[in-house]
Design a protein around this ligand. Structure first.
Ligand SMILES: [Mn+2]
Length: 371
């Protein structure tokens, strides 16, 4: 665990203290206190990365973190309402220097909003409140990166709609998920976490990676649409994805690199030859199907439950940490990403590694996004 109170940090903290005083000591949690108390060994602020000073202010931060601990329609395991707090707590122990990038992305700053508390007992109203909030936050963001932390997956739909409504070009959603979430409704609610993509699929193109818990209805819906590309968990593992099914493999690109909308029902042997990196054809196929701009929704159950048990509907056979980063790295490098969320994290008491994994995933996204 990195010690944020190392000499370098302390020196920076001393600089910050000068303009925080008197009486505005953010880190101390003793607002209005005499400045002399600023030097006490207070814990790091309970905000993303534990930042303080100018780079943790809305104006001074290039990234805004929006916690939305909304949980209403969970199918099995519960606890996504506790997700944002656990992620934020864990994020304070991330090593801020990113050796892959050779820099410290936190220097661009990150501001953490208070959590949004949406209407309870009325999902339609809650979703309307969230879409309104996203619209107003995106207006205020003025180009800053906004990352929403769920909460259950249903929160993604209003955020995606807010982005789609303000994008002159058609938006592509890149979904990391064990599930397609393409149901029309679940348990009588069209706003269920299992319907998040079903609510937006008429408005956006969809590339979904890691699917392995798929209903017959969803598979049929995905197959019938040419704006949906599915990369299954089997395909991630080097298989061909739903062997014998054919299945929805979505758009392909012609030689100019332009998406054609032609169903790419390729055979496994052909697909391998096109890959620059053997065994990673799925990565090329995901990139080929991705339009521009892109919104990323990352359901943590994309990750294998051995790595990510802290989620409501875990499925075996998921993606690895490095597969997630490999795709994220390319998407941020090769597309214009307009927004992102990380959802469905439900902390398990006594098991902190998944909290840290999710926090670090968000920090890697910030690093790639700012590259
Ligand atoms: Mn899921």
């Amino acid at each position: 665990m990195p010690n944020r109170r190392d000499p370098t940090t302390a020196a920076r903290a001393a600089e910050r203290t000068i303009h925080l005083l008197p009486g505005g000591s953010r880190g101390a949690g003793v607002g209005g206190s005499p400045g002399a108390l600023d030097g006490l060994p207070w814990e790091l602020p309970r905000v993303f990365l534990g930042l303080d000073g100018e780079r943790a202010t809305p104006e001074g931060a290039a990234t805004w973190i929006l916690p939305v601990p909304y949980e209403a329609t969970t199918s099995w395991g519960s606890g996504t309402r506790l997700g944002p707090r656990a992620i934020i707590d864990a994020s304070r122990y991330i090593e801020l220097y990113d050796h892959e990038l050779g820099r410290d992305p936190s220097l661009d700053g990150a501001y953490t909003f208070p959590a949004l508390e949406l209407a309870r007992g009325d999902a339609a109203r809650a979703m309307a409140e969230l879409e309104d909030a996203c619209n107003r936050i995106l207006d205020a963001a003025a180009g800053r990166r906004v990352i929403m932390i769920g909460g259950e997956h249903s929160v993604s739909a209003p955020a995606i709609l807010a982005h789609a409504n303000r994008s002159p070009e058609r938006l592509t959603v890149l979904q990391f998920d064990a599930h397609l979430d393409l149901r029309e409704s679940l348990d009588g609610s069209p706003f269920s976490h299992a319907c998040a993509m079903g609510r937006v699929i008429d408005r956006v193109d969809l590339v979904t990676v890691g699917a392995r818990g798929i209903s017959g209805e969803e598979w049929a819906a995905a197959s019938a649409r040419d704006n949906v590309t599915v990369i299954t968990g089997e395909e991630l593992a080097g298989g061909v994805g739903m062997p014998g099914h054919g299945g929805p493999v979505g758009r392909v690109q012609d030689s100019s690199g332009h998406a054609t909308g032609t169903p790419a029902r390729t055979k496994g042997t052909q697909r391998r030859t096109a890959s620059a990196v053997p065994g990673e054809f799925w990565l090329d196929r995901a990139m080929a199907a991705l339009g521009d701009p892109v919104y990323i929704t990352f359901d943590v159950d994309f990750l294998d439950p051995s790595l990510m048990p802290s989620t409501g509907t875990p499925e075996p056979g998921g993606g690895t940490w490095h597969q997630a980063l490999a795709l994220l790295r390319r998407v941020f490098a090769e597309r214009r990403v307009v927004g992102a969320d990380v959802v469905e994290f439900a902390p398990l008491p006594g098991l902190t590694a998944p909290d840290f994994t999710t926090a670090k995933l968000i920090y890697k996204m910030i690093g790639y996004w700012s590259g």
